[in-house]
Write a protein that binds this ligand. Structure first.
Ligand code: ADP
Length: 317
């Protein structure tokens, strides 16, 4: 079975779940950060997943390491720094379960991830190297994360990338665009949301944007997420839709990560991580991933909301 190394952001998020007697919001504390969630989803499905990231030498950092270990993730690549506190994120939930974030970071420890923190040995022991959320991690973490993908590609590894952009957190959009476009030639599996695709290619027509991703940047597999509507993949000049599952949305935190973790796990499990799947297989993989994403929105939080294999299989049936 293939090993997945997930690189980048790790944090603790605080999600409101009610109001106290005094009228103050009550928060639930959860481990998160998109690459951490992806690793946890893979581990929950029985796969081998490691995380390369950085936390502070504080109670939150230790709790993150413990939680990820408990989730079955290889946490030996999580570095602990004295230079900053663990990143904390406060979630604002809208009525439909959509969320936005406020961050306590100046900067947080995960933004201090540096190139040497992701060793050649860590990359060598992986079959697939995944990264995401470069917009949320400032320098040096953004550069270190993208460089890990470049090194992985050079070492013949399969590279997966989820830009996971949050517009309000982008400081220098032009630099980020250059950085992301620069990494695309190294990427095998690209996950983008509809708005990200338009931003990334400066093109509203989705099929035209995908055509350019394929022709100009050579991305073999492009997966588009469509929230409750499900997902799509680009094949033979058009987008093939894979409808989503209807569920009651409680909290969309981590849906994209459950989706992508479930997808990557199947790619890794196939034992042929280098192979590029045909349309029939991709439809099957994305149906499974859609079910994982749908189930994740029915529960609060990121990692605690990740579904088990049996739940996914039941929904897919
Ligand atoms: P991201 O914006 O992080 O890419 P999405 O919010 O589109 O992720 O969610 C990822 C996937 O999870 C979707 O493609 C879909 O399969 C599933 N999903 C997300 N939200 C819902 C929802 N409300 N109902 C059903 N499925 C959902």
């Amino acid at each position: 079975m293939g090993n997945v190394l997930s690189v980048g952001e790790v944090l603790i998020d605080f999600t409101p779940y009610g109001i106290s007697d005094k009228g103050d919001p009550l928060f639930e504390q959860n481990a998160g950060g998109a690459p951490a969630n992806v690793a946890a989803m893979i581990a929950k499905l029985g796969g081998n997943a490691a995380l390369a990231a950085k936390v502070g030498a504080d109670a939150f950092g230790h709790s993150l390491i413990r939680t990820l270990q408990k989730a079955g993730v290889d946490a030996s690549g999580i570095r602990v720094t004295e230079e900053a506190n663990t990143t904390l994120a406060f979630v604002h939930l809208a009525g439909d379960g959509d969320r936005s974030f406020s961050f306590y970071r100046k900067p947080g420890a995960d933004a201090l991830l540096e190139e040497p923190d992701i060793s050649d040995a860590m990359i060598a022991s992986a079959d697939i190297v995944h990264a995401g959320s470069v917009s949320m991690t400032k320098e040096p973490a953004c550069g270190a994360t993208l460089s890990a993908l470049r090194r992985a590609s050079k070492a013949g590894k399969v590279v997966s990338f989820d830009p996971n952009l949050r517009e309000s957190l982008i400081e220098d959009g032009e630099k980020l665009l250059r950085d992301i476009r620069g990494i695309l030639p190294s990427v095998t599996y690209l996950k983008v949301a509809e708005e990200e695709l338009a931003w990334l290619m400066d093109e509203e027509d989705e099929e035209a944007a995908c055509a350019r991703l394929k022709e100009e940047y050579g991305v073999p597999v492009i997966v588009l997420t469509r929230g409750a509507r499900g997902s799509a993949f680009y094949s033979d000049g058009r987008l093939a839709e894979v409808p989503g599952f209807q569920v009651k949305a409680v909290d969309t935190t981590g849906a994209g990560d459950a989706f992508w973790g479930a997808f990557l796990h199947q790619v890794a499990e196939s034992g042929s991580a280098e192979s590029v799947f045909g349309p029939g297989q991709l439809t099957g993989l994305l149906r499974f991933a859609n079910a994982a994403g749908a189930l994740a929105v029915t529960k609060r939080g990121g990692i605690p909301a990740l579904p088990a294999r049996e739940e996914i299989e039941k929904l897919v049936k």
